[in-house]
Design a binder for this molecule. Structure first.
Ligand code: ADP
Ligand code: ZN
Length: 727
């Protein structure tokens, strides 16, 4: 009987398609193959192979593709991801199958060239320059040789064609050097030693194989500066000693030069890194190296979760509470949750590390679903910063100023003592709103329901939602009068202006994602802050997290209340985490630190918990509130965002969906209501919220509902977001 292969294609398709397997081709689930799809050829993955009498009517598989096959557990992960997020299965596969383009695949070996001794047919000046450089007999890369001789690559190619240069294929460089688990073991504090021993005992129980306990998920909770990294490095080292692979997930990989340096100090080599910024060619080699088990440690952004590890022995999710782990377009998945799933499928331990764990993880630890290891104190006897509020109702700055007098004095004292101060404001640009004092016109994005943010260095008004930008006008575009446009409220650029006026001779750095010059320059700036080469840092959340600035002893939070006023049930958690993180930047070096927090509501539970340093109380209250409201993790939540080019069309589709909801017991459907951002990029958005009890199978309910619901027509789109992070 002919064989039939069900092939899943990495496009937005829900099911695998059946193809005939030609005689002589033996396929197994997970193999990567080429198949015809309509008029084209495409790549897919074998999901299932069966014997079937109908097979002869099917189009045949074209052939096998040179690529690591997808393991059983990786295919299970894809199935799980698609089921949980309701994304098309093919879209879920695309996450795990980032194949390189043709160009990257064909260029697999490096070519070296050297002089052959044969004279060139046409001895032009350019050619002679190349041969003069090559005369020393050294093997060079083609472009290196062209560069050294100061000629274009085509001159070198011409000489190869001529036979005056010989081209030799070089062995590829290894994609990553093996980390040495015992390269430079740091002496751990007593607390760290105990924590790492606990972690290793949990993660690598002495009995392996049959009858061994299931690999655990462990919450590693330690205050900022407690030395969590060294603790989980011990577990990474142990995984490597046992010949397993380890994955360390990071929220913002581009900004972790400091982390990579620390890894190199501990393990002797820099780890292999995986993120969207690496080239296709390197990406493919890394995938192959990971699949072959040659790459033993990967540090990566969330998509590294889908790498084809041969023998994954440990996953660490650093800063597990970070919102950046949630992918908000395409397949809406949360990398921390998927890491736990992958750990379960591979029977591999997962460590979630944070100073401010998410409510979900905290509850899982309390209920005993996760093991819990705590580092309650800072490393080296350092104290956590003292945190004080500046009540902005009493200590107002002058009109048009944003830094209150007590904070100005504290900054002055800090830099006079030779230390650094950080002023934190989570708002890019100069001013979040521009208003005409004559006619009252407010500058709004033409594509989105957002105010345009003034960026003074760029002399532009910019939409932070869609990137739309226009020149800041000289006269009001509505009433035509001059000198009436007024910036309202501060962004970091405006704070920089104020600081320059207050401290004209001090070295100031402004750090936000607008930083000119790209990631490379930004990294250099962060390093110069760490080296103490500046007095005052003004920054957004970009500087709030993860960095170690040893000279920093004062953190000033300019507006602690941003974020508390939104209707989002996660607002309290988010704000608490961010403020804990940013104040935790102070006093990580030799000298103790302190933080001053400007607020209009010092009695708000979030601010009060921050000031008292009583995180336990914050978590208790927040968990109780979530439980009372049936919100995650005590209930389940999904958002359906209906969007269309016309407002009426989006709303009508949302209403038709609501009519088809038929919620059973334990399910509540709210909306449609205008989404918090009702217009983005010219698309009108309405939102339905689905809240269910924990026992309800949310995915099955959603699937059935969408099947019953109205057909999606024209430019209408329905995006499903299970476990939305903000709403
Ligand atoms: P966390 O991630 O918990 O905020 P880190 O792991 O970044 O803390 O450690 C805080 C600081 O203490 C870092 O500068 C780190 O180099 C230092 N540190 C931590 N553990 C040790 C140790 N055992 N020996 C020397 N320095 C350490
Ligand atoms: Zn916009």
């Amino acid at each position: 009987m002919p064989s039939v292969a069900d092939i899943l294609i990495p496009l937005a398709l829900d099911n695998a398609y059946s193809y005939a397997v030609p005689a002589g081709l033996i396929l197994a689930p997970g193999d990567v193959v080429q198949v015809p799809l309509g008029p084209r050829e495409t790549v897919g993955v074998v999901w299932q192979v069966s014997e079937s009498p109908g097979g002869s009517n099917l189009r045949p598989v074209t052939g096998r593709v040179e690529a690591p096959p997808l393991s059983d557990s990786l295919r299970e992960l894809v199935d799980w991801l698609a089921r949980y997020t309701l994304a098309p299965k093919g879209s879920a596969l695309a996450m795990a199958l980032r194949l390189p383009d043709e160009a990257a695949r064909s260029e697999t070996s490096r070519i070296g060239v050297r002089a052959s001794g044969k004279p060139p047919a046409r001895p032009t000046a350019a050619r002679m320059k190349v041969l003069a450089v090559a005369a020393d007999g050294t093997m060079r890369g083609k472009s290196a040789l062209a560069k050294e001789a100061g000629v274009s690559l085509s001159v070198v190619d011409g000489l190869i064609d001529d036979g005056a240069l010989e081209a030799v294929a070089l062995a590829p460089e290894p994609v990553a050097l093996p980390p040495d688990p015992d390269h430079a073991r740091v002496p751990l504090s007593e607390a760290q030693a105990e924590a790492s021993q606990n972690l290793i005992d949990l993660a690598f129980p002495s009995a392996e194989g049959e009858g061994a306990p299931k690999a655990p998920t462990v919450l590693l909770e330690g205050v900022t500066g407690s030395g969590k990294t060294e603790v989980y490095f011990e577990a990474v080292a142990e995984a490597v000693r046992r010949g397993h692979q380890a994955l360390i997930l990071m929220p913002e990989i581009a900004l972790t030069a400091q982390f990579l340096g620390r890894f190199a100090e501990r393990f002797g080599v820099r780890p292999a890194t995986w993120h969207s910024g690496i080239g296709a060619k390197r990406r493919e080699r890394l995938r192959a190296g990971v699949a072959a088990g040659e790459v033993s440690v990967v540090v990566g952004a969330r998509s590294a979760l889908f790498l084809p590890f041969a023998d994954l022995g440990l996953v660490v999710v650093d800063e597990e509470h970070e919102a950046a782990y949630k992918q908000e377009d395409g397949v809406h998945y949360h990398a921390r949750d998927m890491a736990v799933v992958r750990g379960r499928l591979e029977n591999c331990p997962v460590v979630l590390a944070s100073a401010t764990p998410s409510i979900e993880t905290k509850v899982n630890a309390e209920k005993g679903r996760y093991a819990h290891i705590v580092l309650p104190e800072r490393f080296g006897g350092r104290r956590l910063p003292d945190i004080h509020a500046i009540d902005m109702r009493l200590d107002k700055p002058e009109k048009g100023r944003f830094i209150a007098p007590p904070l100005v004095n504290a900054v002055r004292a800090t830099i006079e003592a030779g230390d650094q101060a950080l002023l934190f404001l989570n708002r890019r640009g100069y001013a979040p709103l521009t208003l005409c004092r004559a006619c009252g016109h407010r500058y709004q994005c033409r594509n989105c329901s957002t105010w345009l943010v003034e960026h003074r260095f760029r002399r532009a008004l910019v939409c932070h939602q869609c990137g739309y930008a226009e020149r800041r006008p000289e006269a009001c575009t509505e009433c035509g009068t001059f000198d009436n446009l007024t910036p309202c409220g501060p962004g970091v650029e405006r704070i920089a202006e104020e600081v320059a006026a207050l401290f004209p001779d001090k070295r100031v750095i402004v750090l936000s994602s607008d930083f000119p010059g790209g990631a490379e320059r930004l990294r250099a700036e962060l390093q110069s802050v760490a080296d103490g080469d500046c007095d005052i840092v003004i920054g957004t959340q970009l500087v709030a997290k993860g960095h170690n600035f040893p000279h920093l002893t004062l953190v000033g939070v300019l507006d602690a209340d941003i974020g508390l006023t939104s209707g989002d049930p996660r607002a309290a958690e988010r704000t608490f985490q961010l403020l804990q993180q940013v104040t935790g930047r102070a006093g990580r070096g030799e000298r103790p630190g302190r933080a001053l927090v400007q607020t209009y509501q010092p009695d708000h539970p979030v601010i009060a918990a921050l000031l008292s340093g009583d995180a336990t109380r914050f978590y208790e209250e927040e968990i109780a509130a979530r439980e009372a409201a049936g919100l995650p993790p005590f209930g389940r939540l999904a958002a359906l965002i209906v969007s269309a080019n016309e407002r009426d069309v989006a709303e009508a589709h949302g209403q038709a969906l609501a009519r088809a909801a038929e919620p059973p017991d334990g399910v509540m459907v709210l909306g449609p209501a205008e989404a918090p951002l009702a217009l983005i990029r010219g698309r009108y958005r309405f939102r339905l919220l689905v809240k269910t009890e924990r026992a309800v199978d949310l995915q099955t309910y959603l699937r059935d509902w969408l099947k019953r619901g109205p057909k999606v027509r024209g430019n209408v789109k329905v995006a499903i977001d299970v476990d939305p992070q903000s709403f």
